[in-house]
Design a binder for this molecule. Structure first.
Ligand SMILES: O=c1[nH]cnc2c1ncn2[C@@H]1O[C@H](COP(=O)(O)OP(=O)(O)O)[C@@H](O)[C@H]1O
Ligand SMILES: [Ca+2]
Length: 491
């Protein structure tokens, strides 16, 4: 008679089926419970209302990683048509209207079901700081107008406000170091150099600065369990557009009809209004009395002379601290590396000077040749560049070098610590990302707890343990197996 397969007895079949079901159930529960949720994204929107223009940035991050890091990315940016909001002083409602096209674009980029929970911020910088100094009533009206426009959007409007210079510098530093993944890993940080139209910021951590000398320049952060004492300073009126005004004001103190400018190309000639040049708190107190209505701004294209006149924009005489940058402002010893963005990048990129491994002498030589190039040739070579920018690159390049070397004390050696950057890993360098990370509490003060095992390792271990338990179970119930019981009977 054929012997019955002991595995086919009802007891073993039941034990096996129950065991397999138990393992599958155990692994399934463990996996489901710990599985990352389906990749859903959250969004945040920040408007950078700068002195020259407004930009809107949309940021995106995985929904389950709110307070983890290195994951927020710029999804889209939109440049608002027209000038910065501070230019609408004579027609504030138009400042609000100007934002409409970008706000509509944002509605398309952010999935509709996320609109209501997407925070929306507007931060205004030096253009509005100047307008606020000049006429608080008007600057309030401009803010009212932009608030009105933003409140109408479907997003979660969180406020429109004037950023302090310190915040602008510090959040630019946070952005650069966040995107470079330096904060989470506690690595040496990168300094941030931001050049705008109306102000400029320098921010860095220096071993020689603990915040006690000139405390108004210090900002402290605790990020991912690391303490940082940041040195930061914002120079109002030292953005490149206002610095240009200060420089031209030097030239026009006697109210001349013709200004021969070494920082403009030979053959350049433009009629300009005195009232427009002096329409800024950075120069208004120097307006010459009895000047004609206009002057002819002509170029001589002399880099050395341009350097001399640009230097006069800075005051190097007084310093009540152990050391200063300029205008009597304290600055600790520079400690690199540095990322230089915004107009630093636009100008140096146009001039093909973003490579800081070339010597400063070579940089100056190239700029000298560029400044001496006749205006007609410049216009011909760059038909697509805005004439306003084109007319100023010789000045802007000279201003950047003078600000870095004479102003901040970079040397021919430390100049190579600077990287001119526009974007880091797809996100624009600037204060907006740092501002949003701060307001949404997305950078925790303490390092987040990380799971001891990666997800795949966790699943494998749960499976192996479950299988082992099952085998042990089978072995322990072996005496119940029919053929074993038979053998025992024989013995
Ligand atoms: O393509 C460009 N070439 C040269 N300069 C540019 C270009 N795009 C923007 N800029 C300049 O960058 C600066 C941006 O300053 P912003 O408007 O942010 O002022 P703020 O930061 O002082 O408030 C302005 O001086 C603007 O003219
Ligand atoms: Ca800016």
């Amino acid at each position: 008679m054929k012997e019955k397969n002991p595995w086919h007895t009802p007891v073993t079949i039941i034990i096996t089926v129950i065991g397999v079901i138990a393992i599958v159930a155990l692994v399934t529960v463990a996996v489901l419970q710990n599985m990352p949720l389906l990749q859903k994204y959250k969004y945040g929107i920040v408007l950078d209302a700068g002195s020259s223009h407004t930009s809107l940035y949309i940021y995106e991050w995985p929904a389950e990683k709110d307070n983890n890091t290195g994951r927020v990315e710029q999804k889209h940016s939109c440049t608002v048509d027209g000038p910065g909001i501070s230019s609408y002083a004579s027609a504030p409602p138009k400042a609000g209207e100007s934002l409409r096209a970008c706000m509509r674009e944002a509605e398309e980029w952010v999935p509709k079901k996320r609109h209501h929970e997407t925070p929306l911020y507007l931060g205004a910088t030096a253009g509005m700081r100047l307008l606020d100094m000049e006429n608080k009533v008007v600057s309030d009206k401009v803010f009212e107008a932009v608030k009105g426009a933003l409140e109408k959007s479907p997003f979660s409007y969180q406020g429109a406000r004037l950023l302090k210079g310190q915040e602008e510098g510090a959040f630019g530093w946070v952005t650069v170091n966040y995107l470079d993944d330096r904060l989470k890993q506690g690595l040496e940080t990168t300094g941030a150099l931001d050049l705008g139209g109306a102000s400029t910021q320098i921010s860095f951590v220096s071993d020689n600065y603990d915040g006690s000398e000139s405390p108004s320049n210090s900002v402290t952060f605790r990020l991912y369990g690391n303490d940082y004492t940041l040195y930061t300073h914002s120079f109002l009126c030292y953005g490149k557009d206002q610095a240009q005004r200060i420089r031209l004001a030097e030239h026009t103190q006697s109210g001349p009809k013709i200004v021969a400018d070494p920082c403009s190309h030979p053959g350049y000639s433009e009629t300009k209004k005195y009232s427009v040049l002096y329409d800024s708190p950075c120069v208004s107190d120097r307006k010459p009395q009895g000047a004609p209505e206009t002057f002819d701004h002509t170029g001589t294209g002399n880099f050395q002379e341009c350097q001399e006149v640009v230097k006069k924009v800075f005051n190097f005489t007084k310093c009540k601290y152990s050391q200063c940058s300029f205008n009597g402002v304290f600055q600790p010893i520079l400690q690199g590396p540095f990322g230089a963005f915004s107009a630093y990048y636009f100008v140096m990129d146009f001039l093909n000077l973003t490579d800081t491994s070339i010597t400063l002498e070579d940089v100056k030589e190239k700029l000298k040749l560029y400044c001496a190039t006749p205006w007609s040739q410049i216009v011909q070579q760059h038909p697509k560049t805005k004439p306003k920018y084109l007319a100023e690159y010789c000045f802007s390049g000279t201003y950047i070098l003078t600000l870095l070397i004479d102003g901040y004390n970079f040397t021919s050696v430390s100049y190579s610590d600077i990287r001119f950057i526009k974007k880091i890993k797809g996100s624009d360098a600037g204060w907006t990302l740092g501002y949003m990370l701060n307001l949404t509490n997305m950078i925790p003060a303490e390092a987040p707890d990380t799971p001891p095992l990666p997800y795949a390792g966790y699943v494998s271990i749960v499976t192996i343990i479950a299988v082992l338990i099952f085998i042990l179970f089978l072995v322990s119930v072996r005496p119940l197996w029919p053929h074993c019981s038979k053998q025992q009977q024989i013995v």
